[in-house]
Design a protein around this ligand. Structure first.
Ligand code: SUG
Length: 430
């Protein structure tokens, strides 16, 4: 088991990346509503991040964008016909639904699924449960396609179990790995899996939406046959300050847990055996500044010699308070963090998606890695091919009004069909 390695499966940003202000409680999404996006820059920024992780020796995979417009959604809503025809009719009869069928939100693969490595599970297989994402309609339509893609990649039943998403109802609201921490002495060793929830069963609350329910997390823990897990409530004040997912205020890697002390209970963290705490107090960095800069949405990764590097958004570097905290943590001798790499993800950040939102972590043994299907683990050649593909298919800019252009539907679906060939995955079944 000790040969296990962590892979980060990043969502490739799709050709229809746009700012529609769809996510209540996500402050960046609301702030950029209606602005012009740059799908090409967004995708290249994501690929540049993947290149850094790959160069650090961290396993790096990709998950394809979902086909947009979502033809399955258009058909279910009563818009048959070709993609161009369906979009033209939708923009005449229900233009408010254009952002729903065009959202590129599947790029944030931390919300694709909850993953339990085989070291933690009763049957010693890797378990994945795709998230139902019921809190937001544009995200709920991801669940079916995500399940299909994960089943295509993690197809070997001797190693992998892909569960169905939980029932798509508020009582089982589930947002995947974004509300899940794993603390273990090493990636391949048995760990404690921590589920952080906002409500028990989707009960109405004053304040911003609580997307993750305890009932959903408990079901996943049962399905994954977890031998050691915890359920913690995120402090409501943190959600109301804009931490709509726990990964906006906490990140763990092996023994290390970096978190904002106003979001989780330090005694909860202290109860984890062997955990190395890196906490940031509100007096040093306010919750508001943590949410604005996404310090805790950094990726904390092991780089091979027992040390860790933080992959942090450029917004952290530009903030005096946040960058001072990074410097303080690096200087601290009692934790494994020794370096930071700042990355420009401005396009994704403007929709509330930082470095950690863009990746789904999967710990794989060598045998499991060898059993993956598709050409989805990157090397420099694949990254070059993906950059070239983006350059040929993506628009420089997109405004909300452009979503009514039927040519965008044709372009975007053609790009995705070509990508399926590059990645050697089944073509879209939508
Ligand atoms: O679900 N934004 C996403 C951001 C997800 C971030 N993921 C993690 N924290 N793991 C969301 O709120 C905005 C789309 C728009 O407004 O056009 C959006 O869906």
């Amino acid at each position: 088991m000790s040969e296990a390695r962590e892979y980060n499966f990043d969502g490739i940003v799709g050709p229809t990346h746009n700012y529609a202000g769809l996510s209540l409680g996500n402050l960046a999404s609301a702030a950029h509503k209606g602005q012009m996006s740059s799908p090409r820059a967004a995708a290249l920024q994501g690929l540049a991040k993947m290149r850094i992780l790959h160069s650090l020796g961290v396993g790096q995979g990709v998950l394809p964008p979902h086909p947009r417009p979502s033809m399955s959604t258009l058909r279910r809503l009563g818009f048959p016909g070709s993609p161009g025809d369906a979009v033209v009719r939708l923009s005449r009869e229900a233009p408010d639904l254009l952002p729903l069928v065009y959202s590129a939100s599947a790029m944030w693969t931390a919300n694709a699924a909850t993953v339990s490595p085989s070291a933690d599970t009763g049957d010693r297989r890797l378990h994945l449960t795709p998230a139902n994402l019921v809190s937001n309609p544009h995200r709920a339509i991801e669940a079916g396609h995500t399940t299909m893609v994960l089943r295509a990649i993690f197809a070997d039943p001797t190693h992998f179990v892909i569960h169905d998403p939980l029932p798509a109802t508020p009582a089982f609201g589930d947002e995947g790995a974004a509300n899940h921490l794993r603390v273990a002495p090493g990636h391949g060793r048995r760990g404690v899996e921590v589920f952080v929830f906002g409500s028990i069963a989707g009960e109405p609350v004053a304040g911003l939406p609580r997307r993750q329910t305890r009932r959903a997390s408990e079901a996943i823990a049962r399905l994954h046959q977890l031998e050691d897990c915890r359920f913690w409530q995120q402090k409501p004040a943190a959600i109301d300050a804009g931490a709509f997912h726990n990964d906006v205020v906490a990140v763990a890697n092996e023994r290390a847990v970096l978190y904002h002390a106003d979001a989780l209970d330090p005694s909860d963290i202290g109860s984890l055996p062997g955990a190395c705490e890196m906490s940031v107090e509100g007096a040093r960095l306010s919750l508001a500044e943590a949410v604005r800069t996404y310090l805790f949405n950094s990726q904390l990764v092991s780089v091979g010699d027992g040390t860790m590097t933080l992959i942090a958004p450029a917004e952290v570097e530009a903030s005096q308070a946040a960058s001072a905290e990074v410097a303080r943590l690096i200087a601290e001798p009692d934790n494994p963090l020794v370096a930071v790499r700042y990355v420009n993800l401005r396009e994704s950040m403007s929709n509330g998606g930082g470095p950690a939102c863009l990746r789904l972590r999967v710990v794989l043994t060598e045998a499991q890695a060898a059993a993956l299907r598709g050409r989805i683990v990157v090397d420099d050649v694949l990254l070059d091919e993906l950059e070239d593909w983006v350059g040929r298919h993506y628009r420089e800019t997109l405004t909300p009004a452009d979503l009514a252009d039927p040519a965008l539907a044709v372009e975007s679906l053609a790009a995705l069909a070509e990508l399926a060939e590059v990645l050697e995955l089944p073509a879209d079944q939508e």
